[in-house]
Design a protein around this ligand. Structure first.
Ligand code: ASP
Length: 594
């Protein structure tokens, strides 16, 4: 039996008069007392079936009893719709199928929710994902996802990259998150770790002479689930030999221009701007600034150095700074709005938020105006570029706190005043990250990117003497204020790798125990190499315009790492625990499990 001569979305006036077969889901049904209309849907679209008992008496009962979402097979003739029933909103709206035979291939129970109902609880939708995936939006998102990986594969293969796999059961590949571990039944007491990324294996491929590798790789990070994170996510993992930083950045830039051209129809301006990490932090208070709007931060410490205002004075005397940004149109904010902004600043660790409101007509309103001379006010206004009708916001504190507060305030104000053009794209590279950061909690240096990232050559000799001043060969691709890819040029000599391990606090024995396999490989000639890893989920999110990563993953997990579809994670049986040589844990009451 043939199920289709056409897909549902393919019917057009060209097919009028043809005897056809179509199969699909019952998307909508209208029973006009004997004459039944069904919108039959498959992946390609929808077509209207007409079941007229005068034409096909046996089909009527099938049509009347079929529930929405049951699967039907229809035979019939394509006919033109009468002019008044042509549906211009439907691709196949000029025609319909006059049914001669109708069969229900599989029935549907009454639905747990209507597909087009926007208010359905997400975990209910995910629990019935096979049903939910039929929604137009998810179909579109999955298709974009497929197009992205298809375009990536072709782009990279044309440039000499090999798609190669890396192990899932492996040893820890640290990227700053917690590992998922899998107890090894055959080695009681030992575990495998799931990869946080294929980082070390892709480096080994380079040491193994493969030169250009990529993989659409699943990565696992056991972190508290935030809105834009999943415990497992997909990244495009890329590594290249005999390259410098700009070779990798050029490759990724070309690839992203290709994706945006092919999928969004957008020609991105090239080259992507490059900001050093220091500059990004100074001008935008963030290492992932959104440049679709201005709100640039200015350092006004020198301007207010003479001020008697205690907050400014205290910050400057304590080695901190005073920085400001001007927000267009914000002079009209109410007292309540301003209080809310001060609260917002406090949530980000600030003491509050000072402001100057530049009224139309040139008057400046501000609780701190009395502490500043007219010249100082004029200098602040000039430094921030504020004009009439704008507000200037000032933060005074330790540099890190000022950056954090103003860095958070920028997107907050941009959203409130709708400053980002929704059709604009901001692509940029942030480069020259510090190699190490000081971890207050652990009281030691940690790698800012990961431990395999190379220092800039000119900074290498300060690794031991002044680790905080060493800049690295790491880079990020930032799109509309989100970090979409990270990468770096890697260390390719064992002595340098050992120095970095020592600086982050590993003894020689520990380094050997955890990363002996890497050090061993580095000892036999590693080419200069580097790579990058863009997030596929996030890239698709940008292309389809959603804020939820769960809208671009077919089978996502929700908060707490829970999967409402399969109810994973689920308790292991006593036999499974025993097999692993582990004690059987007491079963918590069901309420605590989720
Ligand atoms: N492994 C890094 C990450 O997952 C990316 C890279 O350095 O290529 O962020």
């Amino acid at each position: 039996m043939s199920y289709r001569t056409h897909q549902c979305g393919e019917f057009s006036a060209d097919a009028i008069g043809a005897e056809v077969i179509a199969s699909g889901w019952t998307a909508r049904k209208r029973d006009h007392g004997g004459l039944v209309f069904i919108d039959l849907r498959d992946r390609s679209g929808m077509v209207q079936l007409v079941i007229d008992p005068d034409v096909a008496p046996a089909a009527l009962a099938v049509a009347q009893s079929a529930r929405v979402e049951s699967v039907l097979r229809a035979e019939g003739t394509v006919v033109a719709r009468s002019p008044e029933t042509v549906n211009p909103n439907m691709a196949t709206g000029a025609v319909e199928i006059m049914v001669s035979a109708l069969e229900e291939l599989a029935p549907s129970d009454p639905l747990p929710f209507q597909l087009d109902d926007e208010g359905v609880d997400e975990s209910l939708r995910i629990r019935h994902r096979a049903l939910d995936l039929r929604r137009d939006e998810l179909q579109r998102n999955l298709h974009v996802r497929f197009r992205v990986t298809q375009l990536i594969r072709r782009y990279l293969e044309e440039r000499g990259f090999w798609e190669l796999e890396t192990p899932i059961l492996t040893k820890s590949t640290p990227e700053g998150a917690r590992d998922f571990v899998v107890p090894a039944r055959l080695s009681p007491g030992a575990v495998y770790a799931l990869p946080q990324s294929p980082q070390l294996f892709k480096q080994l491929y380079m040491m193994g002479g493969c030169e250009r590798y990529y993989q659409i790789a699943r990565c696992f990070r056991d972190e508290a689930q935030r809105a834009d994170r999943q415990l497992e996510f997909t990244q495009l993992d890329v590594e290249m030999s005999f390259v410098e930083r700009d070779d990798v950045l050029d490759l990724a830039e070309g690839l992203y221009c290709h994706l945006w051209r092919e999928i969004a129809g957008v020609e991105l301006p090239q080259p992507f701007p490059r900001l050093t990490h220091a500059e990004a932090m100074l001008r935008y208070g963030s290492d992932k600034p959104d440049l679709r709007y201005g709100l640039e931060i200015s350092d006004v410490s020198d301007v207010v150095r003479g001020s008697e205002f205690a907050v400014f004075k205290g910050a400057l005397e304590g080695g901190g700074c005073v920085r400001a940004l001007a927000c267009p149109g914000a002079a009209s904010l109410s007292r309540k709005d301003l209080d809310e902004l001060a609260e917002f600043a406090k949530e980000w660790g600030g003491k509050g938020l000072a402001y100057l409101l530049l009224d139309l007509g040139g008057e400046v309103r501000s609780p701190i105006a009395k502490f500043l001379s007219p010249d100082e006010i004029a200098a602040i206004v000039a430094a921030t570029g504020a004009g009439e009708g704008d507000a200037v916001f000032l933060a005074a504190d330790q540099v890190a706190i000022v950056q954090r507060v103003l860095g958070a305030l920028r997107p907050h104000l941009a959203e409130r005043f709708e400053l980002a053009d929704p059709d604009a794209w901001s692509f940029l590279y942030v480069v020259d990250f510090p190699l190490f950061g000081w971890d207050e909690d652990e009281g030691r240096w940690v790698a800012e990117h990961h431990m395999f990232t190379a220092p800039r050559r000119e900074d290498e000799d300060r690794i031991e003497s002044d680790p905080g001043s060493v800049l690295s060969e790491a880079y990020d691709l930032v799109i509309n204020g989100s970090e979409i890819a990270s990468g770096s040029i890697r260390i390719n000599r064992p002595d340098l790798q050992e120095r970095v391990f020592r600086t982050v606090g590993f003894s020689a024995e520990e380094a050997e125990e955890r990363f002996g396999f890497l050090l061993r490989a580095l000892r036999y000639g590693a080419p200069p190499h580097g790579g990058i890893a863009p997030g596929i989920d996030r890239t698709v999110m940008l292309l389809v315009g959603t804020d939820s990563i769960r809208d671009v993953i077919a089978f996502p997990k929700i908060a707490g790492g829970f999967d409402p579809l399969t109810d994973a994670p689920s308790p292991a049986s006593p036999e499974q625990w025993r097999d692993l040589g582990l004690p059987v844990p007491p079963t918590p009451p069901p309420a605590e499990r989720a």
